[in-house]
Design a protein. Structure first.
Length: 378
């Protein structure tokens, strides 16, 4: 049996070890061997840091391509994000008329389950809209509508939906959350004018998290805690965009203290990995400038963030340990989706890993045991 081997400071569920990570010929971790080492020594070492591959559950685009374009856009997006350490992702759609969604899903059916050596594993779809509030669109196009089970089933038959963002206050939504969860969908609350009470009730019905926490939802006030208050008081999981533009570092610190399974997403657009200019986001044209992406009226419209930069932001700007930062860009997202074979480096799990230098710059990325830079290395 041929194996691949990576030597360095490897982050395991039990902490760092200085040793070797071996993959079997199916792309899974065969063994992790070595001696325990503390994080201070790891950060001073000249040997590579080896962390679980990043998992991004909110990806609209990258490398100049947008998921809603259809065609081979998903392949190009997965390749761009793999180059920044993302080894698994959810392709995220925009609010759109049914025919446009079906066209995008049909393209994902044609391309999304292919595993190309250069790309991240596509786990399915995050359906961000259309089942949201028309009063909290954010950068979503104005095609919001109440959840239609027949439409949802048609889309899911084309390509698997793993995560659904909805506004729980929309008539009929609260009552259907339990059925959606029982059918295997993860439900997140977002793009919502819902109250604190709506959030608490939706969590009790089975909703599991919140879409880009703080953004496009009712904020926290001391006599009206809002959807943000429901998340901070009760949630086990929530997304957050740590580009330091969408959310102030102080608010991120609050969320880190309050929500055990808070995980990072990029909410990246076609502008990720590209120069300043105009790009597509669903039916919108958005402009990348000064590190942000905005509509013509100045509304934030996704990001240019990549997960390697998210990791660096957590460590350098928010003072997280490398071990905790890794959990926020990988393990917690895996746990949220029930992916027990991803988001950790231990025997039997998929060989998804990132190699970094002491400055947390990427050296290489392994997707299911295969190096992006050395795909045939054994």
């Amino acid at each position: 049996m041929s194996m691949k081997r990576i030597a360095g400071n490897i982050l395991t569920p039990g902490g760092f070890v200085r040793g070797a990570l071996e993959f079997d010929n199916q792309g899974r971790v065969l063994a992790v061997s070595g001696e325990p080492v503390d994080e201070a020594q790891v950060r001073d070492s000249r040997e590579p840091l080896v962390l679980p591959g990043f998992i991004d559950l909110h990806v609209h685009g990258g490398g100049g391509r947008d998921i809603m374009e259809g065609d081979d856009a998903l392949l190009r997006v997965s390749e761009l994000h793999a180059r920044h350490g993302t080894t698994a992702l959810l392709a995220t759609t925009m609010t759109a008329p049914a025919p446009e969604l079906e066209q995008a899903f049909a393209a994902m059916k044609a391309h999304g389950l292919q595993r190309r050596p250069a790309g991240a594993r596509v786990l399915g779809v995050h359906l961000e809209g259309p089942y949201i509030s028309r009063e909290k669109l954010g950068a979503q196009p104005d095609f919001a509508r109440a959840l239609d089970l027949a439409e949802l089933q048609r889309l899911n038959d084309l390509f698997p939906i793993r995560l659904i963002t909805l506004a729980p206050e929309v008539p009929g939504h609260m009552e259907i959350i339990g059925s959606l969860c029982a059918a295997g969908f993860r439900v997140q609350l977002g793009h919502t004018l819902g109250t604190y009470e709506d959030g608490v009730q939706a969590l009790a019905q089975g909703a599991g998290g919140f879409t880009h926490l703080f953004n496009a939802m009712t904020g926290l006030q001391h006599r009206a805690p809002g959807m943000v208050g429901a998340a901070l008081a009760h949630a086990k999981h929530a997304e957050i965009i740590p580009d330091l533009i969408h959310v102030h570092p102080g608010a991120i610190r609050v969320a880190l203290r309050a929500i055990p399974g808070l995980f990072c997403v990029t909410d990246s657009t076609a502008a990720a990995g590209m120069p300043d200019g105009d790009y597509r986001l669903g039916s919108h044209t958005v402009t990348k400038c000064l590190g942000g992406v905005r509509l013509a009226d100045g509304t934030l419209a996704g990001s240019t963030l990549t997960m390697d930069q998210a990791l660096r932001n957590l460590v350098s700007e928010l003072d997280l340990s490398l071990r905790e930062a890794s959990s926020r860009v990988s393990t917690h997202a895996a746990d949220y989706l029930g992916l027990t074979e991803r988001g950790r480096l231990t025997a039997g799990c998929w060989g998804d890993a990132v190699l970094l230098d002491r400055d947390l710059q990427l050296l290489d990325v392994c997707v299911e045991g295969r190096s992006l830079d050395h795909p045939d290395a054994a």
